[in-house]
Design a protein around this ligand. Structure first.
Ligand code: CA
Length: 410
């Protein structure tokens, strides 16, 4: 037998030993949902590996669950123990014979939602995105609202319509009314858009009436995924004043199938951009060591064509500030809470994470290689958002893509 071992993963693999993201998978041969860890071109059946290596019962129970939630709830010391165990199983020669049979080719797997989503919050943390939308919708006025540099703005979204990558997205219907129209009409959205975002998955809950300090954020945040906050701009424009986004966004929100542990992003820590407005003390992270910014580079592809490379390092508000603000009124956290960053947009025109910015509200259509043009999404369009970040020893880690194709309205 000269077959290459699935444990022989090259150092430049995006799912290398420095990453080890968790997901939930099944196969045609075994339709049970189970916890997996992406490794090279394979998925490690985590529960099977725990049993095969004789892991302690507690750890085997968490990794043998059909969802990430039990591990999420177990807390950071257990997250570290699980990561150390997985690293050993995948790299130590003594485990090779036991672990190899637990690896399934990635191509043979079906991904499921990796965790049961509790509450979902979406922020608006990119200054470039917020300023661009301000210029588009309030020309002549200050691009940012007066509160923007004092607090991370967000809204509560719909947890029940969060779907895993690959789930088709049906074009939503709803009310819309352009400024010149005499009355609203009901029908399919004509301005369906994307928002390329980074999502943060909460593991450890917090009690009602308490706050999570900036410095405690890493005790609660388990890891990171990619999010596409599909947005019907015409529905949104007519409904969002005065209470914010509602049906223009709640029809579907896609997440990547892999949750990258925060520990895998230790080499991606970076200083957030300089703030020109002093934050209130509970949001003041200017002396934080290590910093809470993350150097994650997103790539957005429309029908296979790269249309943007949004830099998460350019985000004004960090994940720790978002969490501190989310809980500053005493709101509790639940295991499985997901909070997303808001559209990631950088300063350059090709670093904007939404079509509304990339086409400047449809005024500047994108030219695709097949000769067609896009302002907003057409039926049949597929959007894939992927991302990488620095890993150990000059390597890069991948976040796993979030994909979705638009189906016609029903
Ligand atoms: Ca959003």
């Amino acid at each position: 037998m000269s077959a290459v071992s699935p444990l022989a993963v090259p150092p430049d693999a995006l799912f290398g030993v420095g990453n080890l993201p968790y997901g939930v998978f099944s196969t045609a041969a075994d339709p049970r949902r189970r916890l997996g860890v992406a490794y090279g071109d394979h998925v490690l059946d985590a529960g099977a590996a725990a049993r095969a290596t004789g892991a302690p019962g507690g750890l085997a129970g968490l990794l043998g669950a059909p969802s990430l939630n039990p591990l999420l709830a177990a807390g950071r010391p257990t997250w570290r123990r699980a990561r150390a165990a997985l690293t050993e199983w995948l790299t130590a020669e003594q485990h090779r014979a036991a672990v190899e049979p637990c690896l399934v080719p990635l191509a043979d797997t079906t991904s499921h939602l990796p965790f049961e989503v509790a509450d979902y919050v979406d922020f608006y943390a990119s200054e470039h995105h917020a300023a661009n939308l301000g210029r588009i919708f309030r020309p002549g006025a200050e691009p940012l609202t007066p509160n923007w540099k004092h607090l991370p703005i967000g809204y509560h979204g719909r947890a029940g319509t969060i779907v895993v990558s690959g789930t088709p997205v049906v074009r939503p219907c709803g009310q819309r009314k352009a400024p010149g129209d005499p009355a609203p009409v009901h029908g399919p959205s004509g301005r369906l858009d994307i928002e390329a975002e980074v999502g943060f998955v909460v593991g450890t809950p917090s009690p009602l009436g308490s706050r999570v300090a900036l410095t405690d954020a890493d005790d609660h945040v388990f890891g990171v995924c990619l999010v596409n906050d599909w947005s019907a701009r015409d529905l949104q424009a007519w409904e969002y004043v005065p209470l914010g986004p509602f049906l223009g966004k709640s029809f579907a929100t896609s997440v990547s199938p892999w949750v990258v542990p925060l520990d895998a992003l230790a080499y991606a820590r970076t200083q957030p951009p300089a703030r020109d407005t002093a934050p209130l003390p509970y949001l003041d992270d200017r002396a934080a060591r290590p910093p809470y910014g993350l150097d994650i580079t997103l790539e957005v592809r429309l029908d296979g064509h790269l249309i943007a490379r949004p830099p998460f390092a350019a985000m004004y508000w960090t994940y720790a500030q978002m969490l501190a603000h989310l809980t500053v009124n005493g709101a509790s956290l639940r295991t499985g809470d997901l909070y997303a960053s808001g559209t990631v947009s950088g300063p350059a025109p090709d670093s904007r994470g939404a079509l509304i910015e990339l086409t400047w509200n449809g005024e500047q259509p994108l030219a695709l290689p097949d000769g067609t043009r896009r302002t907003f999404l057409e039926d049949g369009d597929e959007v894939v958002i992927s991302a990488t970040a620095p890993g150990p020893d000059g390597t890069r880690i991948g976040l796993g893509a979030v994909a979705g194709r638009i189906e016609p309205a029903r």
